[in-house]
Design a protein around this ligand. Structure first.
Ligand code: F6P
Length: 336
């Protein structure tokens, strides 16, 4: 085993929680401990560094968390950390704790914060290595094909919509369901395909209400459907407004459901636990092997680590192939 300069690292979760964050924390701690590196859990995201809110972690401290949603380290979106003074305070804590590196589990904002912190340390002549692990149910990180939590959130939404469908079928109604995804429609796209939705609205495509909703409901009716499921990504518009327009323009009386934060909870799926474990492992190796500031990504299922600055400049290609599948399956009418 190479003799690493890295003796003690911090791990934190930041931004919106995602199922599988705990599995990533566990993998980071266990890999570090196994390599003789001490691990400190920073609590409540970057605020934990500002407020000296941390716990010493060992192998036992991450027992029985791989199956838990949420995050044992808590999470937050830190306003203070966006400012130089906040980060200066955080660097003081890093110095006091003797941290050589930090694994930050979260989304785009989390990684930008990590990079800013590392740069500020460098400006003071100090080295603080940072590694990011993508975790968000939105799956909207440009550099990584997959983000921890997405699969669990998809499955939760599908389970809820399957239940909704039963009552919609019984009453021959139309359901309008809003799923999360502030700027990204991946969740709506995957879920829409998986539930056999009548229509799906996502922020990546401008909504043409007549073609994208009204016409699809009409086709479904002509094909014999007596109930309809319209899935709306949060970023594509409000389900309440969509429901109102359907009432006005189609003359039916939809029921609206906003799934909301229920999609962020629950025990992570096997895919999320396994991906999180592999990412956590690679994150620690990346620190120990001194590869610089990195983001641990998946590319076609493989784990790769990319330079953080380059990775943050990447944008995600819209998944046109999936959208075409959705279009093909929603244009012929009928549900499922
Ligand atoms: O984590 C991503 C996300 O769930 C988005 O889909 C959603 O718009 C946002 O977070 C909600 O954030 P909050 O938990 O602050 O309400």
């Amino acid at each position: 085993m190479m003799d690493s300069k890295v003796k003690r690292i911090g791990v934190l979760t930041s931004g919106g929680d995602a199922p599988g964050m705990n599995a990533a924390v566990r993998a980071v701690v266990r890999t570090a401990v196994g390599r003789g590196v001490e691990c400190v859990g920073i609590r409540r995201g970057w605020n934990g560094l500002i407020n000296s809110d941390f716990i010493q972690m060992d192998a036992a401290s991450v027992s029985h968390i791989i199956d838990k949603g949420g995050t044992v380290l808590y999470t937050a979106r830190s306003r203070e950390f966006m400012h130089e003074e906040g980060r200066a305070q955080a660097l003081t804590t890093c110095k006091l704790l003797g941290l050589d590196g930090i694994v930050a589990i979260g989304g785009d904002g989390t990684f930008r914060g990590a990079l800013a912190l590392s740069r500020q340390a460098a400006a003071q002549g100090e080295q603080l290595r940072v590694v990011g692990i993508p975790a968000t149910i939105d799956n909207d990180i440009g550099c990584s094909h997959y983000t921890i939590g997405f699969d669990t959130a998809c499955n939760t939404a599908v389970e809820c919509i399957d239940k909704l469908r039963d009552t919609m079928q019984a009453h021959e109604r139309c359901s309008v369901v809003e799923v999360m995804g502030r700027h990204a429609g991946y969740l709506a796209l995957y879920v829409g395909i998986a539930v056999g939705a009548t229509a799906v609205l996502i922020p990546e495509r401008e909504v043409d209400f007549e073609n994208d909703v009204v016409e699809k409901i009409r086709r479904a009716r002509l094909a014999g459907s007596t109930h309809y499921m319209v899935v709306v990504a949060e970023g594509a518009g409000s389900a309440i407004d969509i429901g109102r327009r359907i009432h006005e323009e189609v003359g039916i009386d939809p029921r609206v459901t906003v799934l909301g934060h229920i999609q962020r909870g629950g025990s992570p799926t096997a895919r999320d636990r396994e991906t999180a474990s592999r990412m956590g492992y690679e994150a620690v190796l990346s620190l120990i092997e001194d590869r610089g500031n990195r983001i641990i990504c998946t590319h076609d299922g493989r784990i790769v680590d990319l330079d953080m600055e380059e990775a943050l400049a990447m944008t995600k290609q819209f998944q046109m192939d999936r959208y075409q599948v959705l279009e093909a399956l929603t244009n012929t009418g009928g549900m499922q």
